[in-house]
Design a protein around this ligand. Structure first.
Ligand SMILES: [Zn+2]
Length: 436
């Protein structure tokens, strides 16, 4: 029996273990914000992976945004050494999940198993992927104890809020240094037959228009910041959006709609602040002296960030030149450059080959519309050989009744195990049923 067949059988035999592991992970409510139960999930992973022969290190990202005595940013990195020297394959999963939200028909932290699906917040994004990678590594180690190189599994904090207390911190501490780690797979829910090469860029900014407060019965004595903002919104509609729609990318972004530049107006606030829900009074009659919007601009690998910013600042300057009394400020909030791994990078080629063997179809290559932790591994860790690959349907992420399919987890665990066999398996190519 070939090694690949043995690995697949080994994974199928661990089906119940995979279900229980996924359920256990979902039942730890690692909500972010605020960043709850990070220590609990790291301790759970430490116990599990130590029992499988991994050496575990717990790392608190002290002083990063959100880190406090009440909500410490704990991360875990577990490493297993093979018998010979070789590359290190690292699986990185974030342990945090987003708010539950409305509309659930199952317990969001119950891990209910129904019709081959496990339900819960974080089931697909991405505790199912984390569980699949653990199962793949354990099955591989059990089958090939004499492998060459090393396997690492990390569980990291705060991906949903930028990853600064998670992967970014670990990358700064050298955990993704190229001499330490050679291949990175992030089991985000991109579907079991798709390889995600990277993501578009992000620029967030706040635009504030200025006015002058006056009595609302005599608005002509003041100057409304909200009316000035309406001129900005009008220009966004008639000038900026058509411009962005015309910018197309060669990046294989999914869904198709994101294969162009996009911009979301994240929020708008002007005039009197919103009151608490239990406030029963009337608003005061005032002309708004401030109005702010937050813009969320996603840009393409073909675009330059300076150019992206100058489109918006040029638009605001044009309004200023034409509109009496128009005053504004613009403030950068956050920026991430686009990243895309080459299709002939070793981890891409190997996972594509494993998808072909397990699923008998060729891999799709995609790019994510939004960013994920690959940005830190690329920029801070200087490691390009990195992809996202994992089970689950991306559209279910952050939705009510989020679920992960057990069969999908098993299939992607097989792809991960075959990837390990190819990259760090024992012996020469002869022992692997390689079609190269
Ligand atoms: Zn995720």
């Amino acid at each position: 029996m070939s090694l690949n067949t043995r690995l697949c059988e080994e994974i199928d035999a661990r089906r119940d273990d995979l279900i229980a592991l996924t359920q256990d992970l979902i039942r730890i409510p690692t909500l972010n914000p605020p960043g709850s139960c990070y220590a609990d999930i790291c301790e759970y992973l430490e116990e599990r992976l130590s029992a499988s022969g991994f050496t575990c290190e717990m790392i608190r990202a002290t002083g990063t945004p959100g880190d406090s005595e009440r909500y410490p940013r704990w991360n875990i990195v577990a490493r297993h050494e093979g018998e010979g020297t070789g590359d290190c394959v690292h699986f990185n999963s974030h342990t945090d999940v987003v708010a539950v939200g409305e509309g659930w028909t199952t317990d969001p932290f119950g891990g209910v198993l129904m019709d081959g699906r496990i339900y819960g917040r974080g089931a697909c994004d991405m505790k199912g992927g984390l569980a699949a990678s653990i199962l793949a590594a354990e099955a591989f180690i059990g089958t090939c104890p004499d492998y060459r190189g090393a396997i690492e599994i990390s569980g990291t904090a705060d991906e949903e809020t930028g990853g600064y207390g998670g992967v970014a911190y670990l990358a700064e501490q050298g955990f993704f240094a190229p001499e330490k780690v050679q291949h990175v797979i992030i089991p985000e829910p991109l579907n079991k037959d798709r390889i995600c090469l990277g993501h578009r860029g992000v620029w967030w900014a706040e635009i504030e228009t200025k006015g002058r407060i006056a009595h609302g019965s005599m608005p002509f004595l003041g100057d409304s910041a909200i009316r000035h903002m309406s001129a900005v919104l009008e220009e966004i509609e008639t000038y900026l959006y058509p411009l962005l729609a015309g910018k197309r990318t060669d990046m294989p972004v999914v869904p198709e709609g994101a294969r162009q530049s996009t911009m979301n107006i994240n929020s708008i606030h002007g005039g009197e602040p919103e009151h608490e829900p239990d406030f029963t009074g009337f608003p005061a009659a005032c002309v708004a002296d401030r109005c702010r919007i937050v813009i969320d601009r996603r840009f393409l690998i073909e675009e330059d960030l300076a150019e992206v910013k100058s489109e918006v600042s040029g638009m605001l300057e044009k309004i200023r030149a034409e509109r009496p009394g128009f005053r504004y400020e613009i403030r950068d909030l956050w920026e991430v450059t686009p990243t895309m791994t080459e299709r002939d990078a070793p981890v891409v080629k190997t996972v594509a080959g494993a998808i072909q063997k397990v699923l008998d179809r060729s891999a799709d290559y995609v790019v994510s519309p939004g960013t994920y932790d690959q940005k830190h591994i690329d920029r801070i860790g200087r490691l390009k050989n990195c992809i996202a690959y994992g089970p689950g349907i991306l559209d279910l992420a952050h939705q009510p009744d989020e679920w992960i399919g057990v069969d999908d987890m098993l299939d992607s665990a097989k792809v991960m195990a075959l990837t390990l066999a190819e990259l760090i398996g024992p012996g020469g190519a002869a022992e692997k049923d390689d079609d190269a």
